[in-house]
Write a protein that binds this ligand. Structure first.
Ligand SMILES: [Zn+2]
Ligand SMILES: [Zn+2]
Length: 187
């Protein structure tokens, strides 16, 4: 396999200084722009946002062991009330990059010459650890299932009377709010 990684790419690391001597260690602190599509359904890292890598590269017999932490801003929406959610994501990685030509499994990572590509490892660590149910606050009360009121704003909210008949009628008829379709209005 010939070398095809670009040593100048933000998530490509040159391990030359480790000189394949087991035990040699190098710290890697780097801020990189988030690659695209770093998200799950309701939350993700905005493309281009600052992703802070604080890693240690250690030469081991099999290759280079990469350990450390990744910090990245997360933007999404609350799974209960749909309010915007902003969080600081904190992720850890531990990954072995095998030396080229080693007999390792297909799902293992390999060095490309002296270069290694952090992107797939970053992607796996972040996507797997992203909150599956992001919440605007841990005790978010969500929306009233009857009328859609925001229960965070109205903790005492109850329906003593049947819900506003306009709502139930809309529900029965399946009528949606007039969305002002273009073409309906005479010019
Ligand atoms: Zn919420
Ligand atoms: Zn209600």
């Amino acid at each position: 396999m010939s070398s095809h990684l670009d040593a100048r790419a933000p998530l490509v690391v040159d391990t030359h200084e480790l000189t394949r001597s087991p035990g040699s260690v190098r710290a890697l602190t780097r801020t990189v722009p988030a690659p695209a599509d770093l998200h799950v359904e309701l939350i993700g890292v905005p493309e281009g946002a600052d992703v802070c890598l604080d890693l240690t590269l250690e030469a081991v017999v099999e290759g280079v062991l990469v350990t450390g932490t990744i910090d990245a801003p997360l933007e999404g929406e609350c799974a209960r009330c749909l309010d915007p959610v902003h969080e600081n994501g904190h992720f850890t990685i531990t990954e072995l990059y095998n030396y080229p030509g080693r007999d390792a499994g297909d799902d293992e990572f390999f060095l490309d010459g002296e270069l290694l590509d952090l992107e797939p490892v970053l992607r796996a660590a972040v996507v797997l650890d992203m909150p599956f149910t992001p919440l605007c606050r841990p005790d978010c009360a969500g929306l009233c299932p009857v009328c859609g009121a925001r229960l965070n704003d109205e903790p005492e909210h109850v329906h003593a009377e049947p819900a506003d008949p306009r709502w139930s009628r809309l529900g029965e008829l399946g009528v949606e709010e007039d969305s002002g379709q273009p073409g309906d209005d005479p010019v």
